[in-house]
Write a protein that binds this ligand. Structure first.
Ligand SMILES: *[C@@H]1O[C@H](CO)[C@@H](O)[C@H](O)[C@H]1NC(C)=O
Ligand SMILES: *[C@@H]1O[C@H](CO)[C@@H](O)[C@H](O)[C@H]1NC(C)=O
Length: 562
């Protein structure tokens, strides 16, 4: 039963607690393997772990739940409550079995006996009973109890009755201590997590944060704790598998993607670069160093969490905190890893079911400004230039965070770009960041709505920033806006915006600051203001040194833009 041999899925998600407005690029590659194995009835961990033994019942083995036709209307109604298929979730056992999606090389790894113990902190707000408790059960059932100190459930002011006394009564019967603590008022992820961390027993050395709609798989915990035991300054994330919001099917996430971000400071998954494969000598079971974390799921040494300043308490609700802690870890001497032998599933939603006091947009802008101001040095300009208006947002007082950066003697953002994230969308070295102006017409290159695979235009310069007339000519000789690059694929062809590929080729441009020409190296032609067919479509032509082939590249200064 091959569901898919190798499928590539792009999920546009607006992931509630953790990763707002984020694009997930996942290559589901392992899921077919486990199916095969089951059919052939091979022994292995499946048998050892009774929970992984396929049982009958909806969703067992991570299979999708199909809702019969007659219930579709009700299903749609229920979907709205949590923005996932609540009916499906309620049909699935709280202790359902899951496939073992790990790489083969992970299954027989041995870990030291004396790993540090962890508290698991789970923040929830109006979570569904079934997803919350499936998270709890999967932690209890698939973690060695010698390593699990307790589970702390932090209720961020939920309004649902079943999350009050019924929840407390239910968790009292579980084999692992589970505590429910309540925020007095709606506080958001950041503050609720801080509360959970502060309340968890001091006896255990590690804090593990999970979202409230997760499922942990066999062997998820040991490899995380083993890394922290080796080096307490290592902060570790599991591979985040995808639990379908429609069917609750369990789909393995890829070990070949890692966390990055774009100019707008949105978290994004990108392919693990070759240098990271080389560093691990091709062994995919070794942890991947990741520039950023998605935010929802990670383990950290309790003392180290304090030492590097937990979270920025000046941030509201959520958004940006995952990049903030990522930059901070790296710049201040820590390491951030995805432990590829650890898999935890997460329900990715397409929309948030929650509202926030004051709206989410401004909160995220404020949080992003704080992280840009404290951690990004001059590279914050990439964020500001592409997000006009954001500089009007008040970001409050950052003096304590700046003092923290001082105290910990953290490295500059340029160091991070150079050493941790050289394949970043933000170039470490660049010639210009601003408009590209044609000498003859005095008009500017304009990528219109910045859509991929579309032709670039030329319009009157507006000097407004945003993503239309802002380009960076980088030291790698790309002309890029965020993750899209100017690209020409045929002689005399129009200029397009395509995903930057770092392979030079059709995206390599040579600027001559004296002649003011932009030579497309592959075709040896010059960027000209317009093509023959269309006066609004810049294209490459044989170089004539006419004024229509001369371009001014400059650095826009921020006050101009705002
Ligand atoms: C799963 O939970 C059900 C209901 O509590 C219980 O009867 C069953 O024994 C559990 N299964 C396993 C494998 O633990
Ligand atoms: C633009 O700014 C960058 C970064 O500060 C600098 O390296 C570059 O020389 C500047 N370019 C111009 C044309 O002034």
């Amino acid at each position: 039963m091959r569901r898919f041999a190798y499928c590539k899925v792009v999920l546009a998600t607006s992931l509630v607690w953790v990763m707002l407005d984020m694009f997930i690029l996942l290559y589901f590659s392992e899921c077919n393997k486990c199916d095969d194995k089951k059919e052939r009835g091979l022994p292995g961990r499946d048998v050892v772990d009774g929970l992984s033994r396929p049982r009958d019942g909806p969703g067992e083995g991570g299979k999708p739940v199909v809702i019969p036709k007659e219930n579709q209307e009700k299903m749609k109604e229920m979907f709205k409550i949590n923005q996932f298929n609540l009916m499906a979730s309620e049909m699935i056992a709280l202790n359902r079995s899951l496939p073992d999606v790990r790489l083969e090389g992970c299954k027989n790894k041995l870990y030291p006996d004396n790993l540090p113990r962890t508290s698991v902190v789970i923040v929830f707000h109006n979570e569904a009973w079934s997803t919350l408790l499936r998270t709890v059960h999967s932690v209890i059932d698939r973690s060695p109890h010698t390593l699990l100190e307790e589970i702390v459930l932090v209720d961020d002011a939920s309004e649902r009755d079943f999350l009050k006394r019924p929840l407390e009564q239910y968790v009292r019967k579980l084999e692992v201590p589970v505590r429910v603590v309540r925020m007095e008022q709606r506080s958001g992820l950041i503050r609720a997590r801080l509360k959970g961390a502060s309340i968890s027993t001091g006896g255990c050395q590690v804090i593990t944060f999970l979202d409230a709609h997760c499922e942990c798989t066999t062997g998820w915990l040991e490899p995380l704790l083993a890394r922290i035991k080796q080096d307490k300054k290592t902060v570790v994330c599991p591979i985040i598998d995808v639990i379908s919001d429609d069917t609750f099917e369990y789909m393995a996430g890829s070990d070949m993607t890692y966390g990055g971000f774009n100019w707008k400071l949105n978290f994004r998954w990108y392919p693990v670069p070759q240098r990271e494969m080389d560093r691990r000598k091709g062994d995919r079971t070794l942890p991947v160093r990741t520039p950023t974390m998605a935010g929802g799921l990670f383990s950290i040494d309790r003392d180290y969490f304090q030492e590097i300043g937990t979270y920025d308490a000046g941030m509201d609700i959520w958004g940006g905190e995952n990049l903030e802690i990522s930059f901070r870890i790296w710049q201040c001497g820590g390491t951030l890893e995805i432990v590829t032998c650890s898999h935890v599933g997460h329900v990715f939603r397409k929309a948030t079911p929650y509202t926030f006091p004051g709206g989410t947009g401004q909160i995220i802008n404020k949080n992003n400004r704080r992280l840009a101001e404290v951690w990004m040095d001059e590279f914050k300009n990439f964020f500001y230039i592409i997000s006009p208006g954001v500089t009007k947002v008040d970001y409050g007082d950052i003096s304590t965070r700046s003092a923290l950066r001082q105290k910990l003697q953290c490295k500059p953002f340029s160091w991070y770009l150079e050493n941790v994230y050289p394949d970043s969308q933000i170039p470490r070295h660049y010639y210009s960041l601003g408009e590209i102006r044609n000498v003859e017409t005095n008009q500017c290159l304009d990528n219109m709505a910045r859509k991929e695979n579309e032709k670039v235009g030329i319009f009157n310069c507006h000097g407004m920033g945003g993503n239309q007339q802002v380009f960076s000519y980088t030291a790698n000789k790309e002309i890029r806006t965020d993750d899209l690059c100017l690209d020409v694929s045929k002689l005399n062809g129009p200029v397009m915006m395509l995903k930057c590929h770092h392979l030079k080729g059709n995206q390599l441009w040579e600027y001559d600051p004296v002649k003011l020409t932009l030579v497309h190296v592959n075709s040896n032609q010059c960027l000209d203001k317009a093509s023959e067919e269309d006066s609004q479509v810049p294209s490459v032509r044989d170089c004539t040194h006419s004024r229509s082939q001369q371009w001014l590249l400059r650095n826009v200064t921020l006050p101009e833009v705002f």
